[in-house]
Design a protein around this ligand. Structure first.
Ligand SMILES: [Zn+2]
Length: 387
């Protein structure tokens, strides 16, 4: 009796182990099938996206804002609701990103050997003053004080996530005394940072955010004080509370994306700020195009031309989106502006060229044209007076 009981326990245990094994095998099979299906979907999505084209279907604008260019129909949008560059429609290619990730990096050694870094200055004196000027926080982040109005452009402060840095500088939010407007050129993380916007809107609840169409859908969750977010289409002028300054939104040759499925869902662009008899152009991110010549037609006297000169290598991926130093200089000549302030180099590590190459090439180009004195490059937290 005892023997048969022990046998029964053993038998039942054997069945249980067998059942567990079967269940485990079944689970592995299901996970395997799901993985294969996901892989097929991913590969299909890559190939599908490579053949995708962005063709303009209609033109959109913010109906509450005025348009400053004659006969401008509005900002182009394709059949999927994505914004389209008016001159060079662009969609990023996954195969290019794979080629960049796994391909050759001819400047790798040169980049590793380049130890030149931007200096980090103390911005306190300018921040505490009330004089008009332009202060660079590095990359595309600026404080412009014009006619006494304080305007932050693409503020990305402290140590934003997902971005490798060449240099670190502490967030200046505590030191900022007054902010009237926060301008965001587009949704890329090196220009538009959740923590910075949260911190700024908390400290300056009256500051207004001015940006491109559809950007409000991204930014509103970070807007601590629920302050006004005004969005413009290209060649539209923002509605400001008084006429101390004017701010317009202009086209740039770029694209936008924040997540996996939001390519070109939000508009990118450049800004022109006018006040106290001065005109300042801020390029945002841009590849080269005829928009610099068009700029000169609308704004015949630009005093300061702030333009990105870095993140241009490798060219097969960067050319449609970021100027080379030489293209940036050509844009400056085309715009007939007076002074060029270079940005978008030396703070974040986004591309293959060595960190000190963009400024060196820009200065060489300007020297060749006998225009070296037109380049006013700043160190981080350094300012330039407007007078
Ligand atoms: Zn960008």
């Amino acid at each position: 009796m005892q023997i048969s009981f022990a046998f029964a326990v053993k038998f039942l245990h054997h069945i249980r182990v067998n059942n567990m094994k079967k269940r485990l095998l079944k689970a592995i099979k299901i996970i395997g099938i799901i993985s294969v299906v996901l892989l097929i979907v991913l590969i299909a999505a890559i190939f599908w996206s490579e053949n995708d084209k962005s063709v303009t279907k209609e033109f959109v604008k913010n109906e509450n804002l005025s348009t400053i260019k004659n006969n401008w129909q509005g900002t182009p949008v394709d059949e999927k609701g994505r914004f389209v560059n008016h001159e060079f429609p662009y969609l990023p290619k996954t195969t290019d990103i794979l080629k960049w990730t796994f391909g050759a990096h001819p400047q790798k050694q040169e980049k590793n050997d380049d130890k030149d870094r931007l200096e980090i200055k103390d911005p306190t004196e300018f921040l505490n003053s009330e004089t008009d000027g332009i202060l660079w926080f590095g990359h595309a982040s600026f404080l412009i004080r014009l006619n006494g109005v304080n305007i932050l452009l693409d503020p990305v402060f402290g140590e934003p996530s997902f971005i490798t840095r060449f240099v670190s500088s502490p967030s200046p939010i505590e030191k900022l005394k007054k902010v009237d407007f926060i301008l965001i050129s587009h949704d890329h993380r090196d220009h538009c940072d959740a923590a910075t916007i949260e911190g700024l809107t908390k400290k300056f609840p009256a500051a207004k955010i001015l940006t491109g169409l559809k950007m409000n859908e991204l930014i509103q969750d970070w807007n601590s004080s629920k302050t006004e977010i005004q969005t413009a289409g290209w060649y539209q002028q923002f509605k400001l509370p008084d006429d101390k300054i004017k701010i317009s939104f202009l086209p740039s040759r770029h694209w936008s994306r924040r997540g996996l499925f939001d390519t070109n869902a939000r508009l990118w662009g450049a800004f022109v700020i006018e006040g106290a008899g001065k005109t300042i152009y801020f390029s945002g991110d841009s590849g080269f195009g005829s928009h610099y010549k068009e700029l000169a037609e609308i704004f015949p006297k630009i005093d300061f031309f702030i333009i990105g000169i870095g993140a241009y290598q490798p060219q097969f991926i960067m050319k449609p989106n970021h100027n080379t130093p030489s293209e940036a200089f050509q844009g400056f000549l085309d715009s007939r502006a007076d002074v060029l302030i270079p940005m978008h180099f030396g703070r974040f590590d986004l591309s293959d060229e060595p960190p000190s190459e963009p400024l060196r090439l820009l200065k060489e180009k300007a020297a060749e044209a006998n225009l070296a004195e037109k380049i006013k490059n700043l160190q981080i937290n350094e300012s330039l007076a407007i007078n």
